[in-house]
Design a binder for this molecule. Sequence first.
Ligand SMILES: Nc1ncnc2c1ncn2[C@@H]1O[C@H](COP(=O)(O)OP(=O)(O)OP(=O)(O)O)[C@@H](O)[C@H]1O
Ligand SMILES: [Mg+2]
Length: 257
Amino acid sequence: MIHVQALDKSYGTVHAVRNLSFDVPAGELFCFLGPNGAGKTTTIKMLTGLLRPDRGVIRIGGYDIATDPVAAKTLMGYIPDMPFLYEKLTPVEFLKFIADLYNIKEASTRRRIDDSLQSFGLGEARTSLIGDLSHGMRQRLLYIATFLHNPRVVFIDEPLIGLDPHSIRMIKDLLRQKVRDGMTILLTTHILALAEEIADRIGIISNGSLIALGHMNELRAQAGLEGRLEDIFLKLTTDEAGLSSPGGARRMTAPNI
Ligand SMILES: Nc1ncnc2c1ncn2[C@@H]1O[C@H](COP(=O)(O)OP(=O)(O)OP(=O)(O)O)[C@@H](O)[C@H]1O
Ligand SMILES: [Mg+2]
């Protein structure tokens, strides 16, 4: 469902993504991990057609994002790390607007919007201004908007930022349910326990390059470690930084401030 081949992107002298290749089959939840500045958001922006790669090929559901962008984008939903919402609209108005954008004409749409708002705990806020909603309420609204047109593939840049424990559980259950129903999901996160819990496969990017890809057991084998993803992630990204930078390993110690 997601095909990425030899992707490259620089911002001036910063080489953000280097020769990145991977595939995500339909119905998989793929977690894309990496230290700050590794190139995750840059990659997602290229996959969603917001940023043009310098080199490489991206296909979404078989459609080339460069030559067939509308067909590719029709299949996708996207929750960015810093989302934009229309503050002067109400949740109901915003969701109707999204339904119009995707040309959703079913008579049942209004009902679906109301049901979704209710089940995401936004029933009472349905006619408040979005500008007056809390951060977590806006996040939940974004999830409703993203799933409204039944996308086949969804990209989420940091899915749990600012959500309370109830919302986190709800989103985790929602994502797993969608994947069981055949949706493909690629998400980035720094919450390694989340990746360990819900990912089918994990890719780790460091300094713009993919340094590990596979199931938990394959990552354990690559790191030569048993145990939790946190240890494996720290080992792999520290080894990589140690090899690639003359200054040695990336590991940071507590700052003396
Ligand atoms: N618009 C931009 N202009 C210049 N440099 C950029 C731009 N966006 C990102 N970069 C640089 O590209 C590199 C990769 O950034 P990116 O945002 O993709 O990292 P990330 O893996 O998403 O990090 P984080 O975990 O902090 O979100 C970084 O060195 C960053 O400074
Ligand atoms: Mg990012």
